[in-house]
Design a protein around this ligand. Structure first.
Ligand code: ARG
Length: 465
């Protein structure tokens, strides 16, 4: 035997696995982080086996005690991982048999590692959604919301094509991200419905001739239902792909926020200041204060996208039911999960430790013709068709550019030469402050709509005043 322990599937082999084979096929080095779910699944399975009379009650109690003790040892760091074991399922089963003997050998009744690993992965992914991703997304939303409230009335230039477009409140700008992250939460919550299906009892792929009670196992583990088809039950990894797709979209959102703020923190913009604790310096340039945290949030998106593409490549063209290729699913799942979790956590901290430079933002709104659209809308109010209004204002902007001034600097005569409908009240529409105060459409970038959205999000996120 090449390994220190006889493998559970060894009986029909006349040669021991080559060392190279052993090293190549093992997954214990990375799937051991499924231990908690493997133990929970095995305990539920053993209880069910006892309930339907496939194992004795006393054996079941021994299995439960043995597995619980193994779990405690793993938590305490005392568990001796046997490198000769192929994967987490074999490592725990072998340790159980070593401890309690024969009752341990009954545990794998009506079970295959194929449905076992599918179960472990579903339990893992459910926890990743419930305990990490969704709470962290909510926390990030809460951080953005608190900042939005603080800057509900502050104005800033908003950009399209990265060119100054129209003024908005800083609050409205921040709430745009709250929307994005909310859709992420919804996507994870929706994916969870398809995660929360119990595959155990599907066996290797065809189920079992033994009278197992799949519903009982599902109930014990908090699943909403059992998988309908045993072949699909063992071969399906869509739930991982969906999790990673939601993760990839979310990482994309994080990278947009990161990109904005990297720009906004630059000397060119000076819109925000990220606290020192979330910046790093340069080894050569003493003056530098770099937004490395956000750059890495942006950069780590590659890992999450990579995990999704890796997972899709892994399952593409795979023959029906279980194939060993699927062992690699964990690499992608863990990588996508870890990366997204870390990025979400630090993004919330950066949001909480970033201040907006209100004065600088106000000054920025005074240049770049941010009130041009509102001037066109003013003309619509004076019965000028919008297309014509657009041209009139376009010509006025060109004149201002030539003169090196803003629209509000033009004399009334100049306005009236461009369009005789323009009256003195035009000055009440010009300038960013006037503009934002006049936004009236639902969901617009003005302070009233901002406050309304803030109230909405406080209710949805259950944020107390
Ligand atoms: N380590 C394997 C995996 O992660 C467990 C299932 C192995 N099944 C098998 N028939 N070899 O996919």
């Amino acid at each position: 035997m090449a390994g220190s322990r006889q493998k559970s599937w060894q009986a029909r082999f006349s040669q021991a696995a080559d060392k190279l084979t052993e090293g190549f096929v093992e997954s214990l080095s990375f799937d051991r982080r499924l231990w908690k779910y493997d133990i929970a699944g095995s305990i539920a399975h053993a209880e069910m086996l006892a309930e339907v009379g496939l194992i004795g009650k006393a054996d079941c109690a021994k299995v439960r005690r043995g597995l619980t003790a193994i779990g405690e040892e793993i938590v305490a760091g005392r568990f001796k991982w046997d490198a000769a074991c192929e994967d987490i399922h074999m490592a725990i089963e072998a340790a159980l048999i070593e401890r309690i003997g024969e009752p341990g050998k009954r545990l794998h009744t009506a079970r295959s590692r194929n449905d076992q690993v599918a179960l472990d992965l579903r339990l893992y992914t459910r926890d990743a959604i419930d305990l990490d991703v969704c709470p962290l997304l909510r926390d990030l939303q809460a951080a953005l919301l608190a900042s939005a409230e603080k800057y509900a009335d502050a104005i800033m230039p908003a950009y399209t094509h990265m060119q100054r477009a129209q003024p908005v409140t800083v609050g409205a700008y921040l709430l745009a991200y709250v929307e994005e992250f909310h859709r992420d939460r919804q996507r994870f919550a929706d994916a969870r419905k398809r995660v929360n299906v119990c595959p155990l009892g599907s066996g290797a792929l065809a189920g079992s001739t033994l009278p197992i009670d799949r519903q009982a196992v599902a109930r014990k583990l908090g699943f909403a239902e059992v998988s309908r088809n045993s072949i699909d039950g063992t071969g399906d990894r869509d739930f991982i792909t969906e999790f990673l797709a939601a993760a990839a979209i979310c990482a994309g959102h994080l990278s947009r926020l990161a990109e904005d703020w990297i720009l906004y923190a630059s000397t060119e913009f000076q819109f925000i200041r990220i606290a020192d604790a979330f910046c790093t310096g340069s080894s050569m340039m003493p003056q530098k204060r770099n937004p490395d945290v956000l750059e890495l949030v942006r950069g780590k998106t590659g890992r999450v996208f990579g995990a999704l593409v890796g997972m899709m490549t892994l399952t593409k063209g795979l023959p029906q039911a279980y194939n060993r290729d699927l062992q690699e699913d964990k690499i992608h799942l863990f990588s996508g999960h870890d990366t997204l979790r870390d990025s979400l956590r630090i993004a919330a901290a950066v949001v909480r430790n970033t201040t907006f430079n209100i004065d600088r933002l106000r000054v920025a709104t005074q240049f770049g013709f941010l009130d041009a659209t509102v001037l066109a809308e003013y003309l619509v109010g004076k019965q000028v068709p919008f297309r014509q209004a657009h041209q009139i204002v376009g010509r006025l902007v060109a004149a201002c550019e030539k003169a090196g001034c803003e629209l509000r600097d033009l004399k009334l005569a100049a306005f009236q030469a461009a369009c005789d409908r323009i009256e003195r009240d035009v000055y009440d529409y010009l300038g960013a402050g006037n503009v934002v105060a006049r936004y009236r459409s639902e969901g617009s970038g003005g302070p009233r709509a901002t406050r309304k959205q803030i109230e909405y999000w406080k209710r949805i996120l259950d944020v107390k005043d």
